[in-house]
Design a protein around this ligand. Structure first.
Ligand code: PMP
Length: 405
């Protein structure tokens, strides 16, 4: 198999949009990816032909809807190679998945227990653990980062002890694009008996993940960053780990029996899926995975790595431009600043030329504090980006710099 970027691109209708008189150059894929027509059609098809509540009705539409939702779960299970489909819990997204674990895993923690996160975390993998620090008196420890944006593995080893109950770590930094070698972090954490939660929000759009090979206990991601809709995501958990946790929210679907005296809980995955879920979101996320399954993901990775290399080279030729996070193992994300220029001004001038990039702290204020900067300009590629997008970016950027200097 190989990868035909023009053919893939033609499946994304939004990429034909114009911003003023300029064609859209979408380079904000770290924030969210665009959706192929097949995913858009799945959403429309659901409300046109399938809409009904799931798991409850004997009538035809309810059965069709339930079947489509559960088929999507199985598609996702297979894509990440989970052992059972009930190990894939539908959530609202990465943030929701982390909060679920913080709540349910947190119930079993005691004062003095330790949780380790890293200096590269998104705010959604910092704040839920701080709630536990306040509520339970657990200690939150942070793996420090180094100048090149990688993590200090030796410092991590020194943080580990019998008190460590959980390591919650991002696979890829959304702000810098650095890929953490999570395999060795997982192995080391398991040696002291800690569980491991992987924030895969940024990784699944770039390459495949095999949760069994990785041996993580939990993994979370958002559908909207992998060509699916917003408001839906997945918490993967090993069956034994999920069964050991109390439920997150109470309500319909998550119960077996209810009396005013006592409630018994449903089995996985329903125990963690209280209330009517984002049914259409789950189904369309399944469609997004089916679509992605047909791609040669190794060829996609090579394509994105080429975009990363040529863009990095071209950017570094611009006077006063500094890239933050230049450790060798990177996904196709580049964060940079230009001497004396505010990222927001650059972002605004790029937008005026049709180029969509992100500016700011990217929900990673501790990283910005580490570098003593207010924020960066972040370019993040996806599989449908082309060399022509890179040329547009560089031309627009040079023009913006000229206007501002
Ligand atoms: N973690 C990482 C690494 C992210 O990139 C993001 C989204 N920027 C999140 C967590 C939060 O994802 P969501 O807003 O979809 O819940």
């Amino acid at each position: 198999m190989s990868f035909d970027v023009a053919a893939v691109r033609s499946e994304f209708p939004i990429l034909k949009e114009k911003i003023g008189k300029y064609p859209l150059v979408y380079l904000d894929n770290g924030a969210t990816t665009q959706k192929p027509q097949i995913v858009i059609d799945a959403i429309c098809n659901y409300y046109t032909h399938q809409n009904a509540n799931i798991h409850r009705g004997v009538h035809h539409l309810s059965q069709v809807s339930t079947e489509a939702y559960e088929t999507a779960r199985t598609t996702i299970q297979k894509a990440i190679n989970a052992t059972h489909n009930h190990e894939c819990i539908f959530t609202k997204g990465t943030t929701d998945g982390i909060n679920l674990i913080a709540h349910s895993f947190g119930k079993g923690l005691e004062k003095g227990d330790e949780i380790i996160i890293s200096a590269l975390e998104h705010h959604s993998n910092i704040v839920p653990w701080q709630f536990l620090v306040e509520e339970k008196g657990v200690l939150l420890k942070v793996i420090p980062m180094l100048q090149d944006g990688s993590l200090d593995f030796d410092a991590f080893l020194a943080l580990l002890s019998a008190k460590t109950k959980l390591l919650s770590i991002t696979h890829i930094s959304n702000a810098l694009g650095i890929i953490n070698p999570i395999e060795k972090y997982i192995e080391a954490a398991h040696k002291v008996g800690a569980k491991v939660l992987i924030d895969a929000a940024q990784s699944l759009q770039h390459f495949a993940i095999d949760v069994q090979a990785l041996d993580c206990d939990f993994m979370v991601f958002s559908g909207h960053k992998i060509f699916g809709p917003t408001g839906v995501g997945i918490l993967y958990g090993k069956e034994v780990e999920l069964n050991a946790l109390p439920p997150y929210q109470g309500g319909g679907d998550m119960i077996k029996t209810v009396t005013f005296e006592k409630t018994t809980y449903n089995e996985l995955p329903h125990k963690f899926e209280a209330g009517t879920p984002n049914i259409v979101g789950g189904i369309a996320l399944g469609t997004a995975f089916e679509w992605r399954n047909k791609l040669d993901l190794k060829a996609v990775e090579a394509h994105e790595n080429e975009l990363l290399a040529i863009t990095t080279e071209a950017l570094l030729k611009i006077d006063g431009l500094k890239i933050y996070g230049d450790a060798p193992n990177k996904s196709s994300v580049i964060s940079f600043l230009i001497d004396g220029l505010h990222p927001y001004d650059i972002g605004t001038l790029l937008n005026q030329q049709g180029v969509a990039v992100r500016t700011g702290h990217h929900c990673t204020q501790p990283i910005m504090d580490y570098y003593h900067i207010p924020g960066t300009i972040r370019v993040s590629f996806s599989l449908y980006n082309t060399k022509s997008d890179v040329e547009s970016l560089i031309t627009a950027l040079k023009k913006a710099v000229k206007m501002l200097k």
